[in-house]
Design a binder for this molecule. Structure first.
Ligand code: PMP
Length: 462
């Protein structure tokens, strides 16, 4: 008998989970003392837990359920594919229909000049693939010494050895002997936290020119590529000033290094453009994709390769790289059905022209709350900087992240999933969220802020 067929209580389910399940990014002892929330059902933008509570999923799972839960088109497409061909590989001179169709569809929805994809199972695998691919690219051009990849502090590119090394998360580097050699981190374009007295525009240029200064130091002849997220997601929804990306692109072109856009969060409509690079106005050479490619219905990712890079890779003999699940047929079927929904329902345009601006107006208005130092949002991804002092943008006297965690827990109790990174509250709802659901989400957020502010005062943090 499976758990689905039993009537175990929440406490019993938690006990089994605690006994047998190690959760990602989790203090196991702390979690088990509290017990995990058991999510049992979903529809649209809503989740239900085992206690019967209804919750708005303000994070789209992990920023990935772009078309919302319960989409029958995806479920049917996967079931059909499972019956037809649940698995076959794409190694050894074989291919299959879903991989062919998805590859063609991706060429259609990605920016001009992107016509080839290398399939992976996740964002981390996409970025690990990119590390090897860009080094292979330069070796094929007789420049094997171009190996170093420049990334940013507080960036997030995954949890594998390569992905976590590209990422600039100190707590991750502290475990498991990271970063791997050949990765250099530069400043992030985080104006609120690090901009000081500079205008956002001036700070954006300064942060981009960190790349130029780094290239001067180490020599562009040793550098393969620069990688960045259009908007740093896990780092706290860091939305760069408008000056940042065009300047990064200028430097990459002038110094002959590849520009990689990690579109794992921003891809497939999150910013109101199909890809974040289109929103911010730059043209990468390679894009990492995952998450929204299938809205999370099945795990799949990909590396989208521009013609410039693809021509070299395609003519450089074997690329000794690949995953058992590169182009998994059922996962491809989920991605195809998902992208068709995005196209048919014009969901990306809706984020740009309708629901995005509608939510941004309400979200940015939260900046009037005494606890909010800055409210920011692009498309349907946003953040609130929590501070005890709006005028000085001060950090909390309590340990960093305490107030964020308190606020997140209150929000959950009030029926809304928000994420906390440090003391930054993050929101990224499904792109299909309705106007009424946005009203609901913002109303719960404001109530949560009021309660968190009262709690912070009660604890003497203000
Ligand atoms: N890149 C970015 C920008 C991400 O946000 C993430 C996941 N949050 C990843 C890569 C890693 O993706 P995955 O968890 O699918 O390996």
């Amino acid at each position: 008998m499976t758990l689905h067929q039993t009537n175990l209580t929440t406490a019993e389910l938690r006990a089994i989970d605690a006994a047998h399940h190690l959760h990602p990014f989790t203090d196991t002892k702390g979690l088990n003392a509290e017990g995990a929330r058991v999510i049992v059902k979903s529809k649209g933008v809503h989740l239900w837990d085992s206690e019967g509570n209804t919750i708005i999923d303000g994070m789209s799972g992990l920023w990935n359920v772009n078309v919302g839960y319960g989409r029958e088109e995806i479920i049917d497409a996967v079931a059909r594919q499972m019956r037809e061909l649940p698995y076959y590989n794409t190694f050894f001179k074989t291919t299959h229909l879903p991989a062919i169709e998805l590859a063609r569809l991706l060429a259609e929805v990605t920016p001009p000049g992107f016509n080839r994809v290398f399939f992976t199972g996740s964002g981390s695998e996409s970025n690990d693939t990119i590390i090897r691919m860009v080094r292979h690219y330069w070796a094929a051009l007789d420049k094997p010494e171009k190996k170093i990849i420049v990334a940013r502090h507080n960036g997030y590119h995954g949890s594998t050895m390569g992905g976590a090394s590209l990422g600039g998360m100190k707590p991750m580097h502290a475990q498991g002997g990271l970063p791997i050699p050949g990765i250099v981190h530069i400043a992030q374009p985080y104006w609120y936290g690090e901009g000081g007295d500079q205008s956002p525009e001036a700070f954006g240029l300064w942060a981009a020119r960190e790349l130029e200064r780094t290239l001067d130091e180490i020599g562009a002849d040793k550098v393969a590529a620069f990688i960045g997220e259009p908007v740093q997601g896990a780092g706290g929804v860091v939305i760069p000033p408008a000056t940042y990306w065009p300047e990064i692109q200028r430097i990459c072109r002038e110094r002959d290094i590849l520009l990689i856009s990690d579109e794992v969060i921003c891809g497939f409509g999150r910013t109101g453009a199909w890809f974040g690079c289109q929103h911010f106005g730059y043209e990468p050479d390679i894009m990492a994709m995952a998450k929204g490619i299938s809205s999370g219905y099945l795990p799949i990712g990909g590396v989208m390769v521009s013609d410039k890079v693809a021509e070299v890779i395609a003519n450089a003999g074997d690329f000794n790289h690949g995953y058992t699940y590169s182009g998994h047929p059922a996962a491809c079927a989920a991605a195809i059905a998902n992208i068709r929904i995005l196209l048919d329902e014009k969901i990306v345009d809706r984020v740009r022209d309708d629901i995005g601006p509608y939510m941004q107006k309400q979200w940015l208005a939260l900046a009037d709350h005494p606890m909010v130092g800055e409210a920011r949002m692009v498309g349907l991804v946003g953040a609130l900087e929590l501070t005890p002092n709006k005028a000085t943008r001060a950090a909390w006297p309590a340990e960093i992240g305490t107030v964020g965690t308190i606020t997140r827990d209150i929000s959950f109790r009030n029926g809304l999933v928000m994420r906390a990174t440090r003391d930054v509250m993050i929101i990224a709802p499904p792109l299909v969220i309705s106007h009424e659901e946005v009203d609901d989400l913002v109303r719960i957020t404001r109530k949560t802020l009021d309660e968190a502010w009262a709690e912070a005062k009660h604890r003497g943090y203000v």
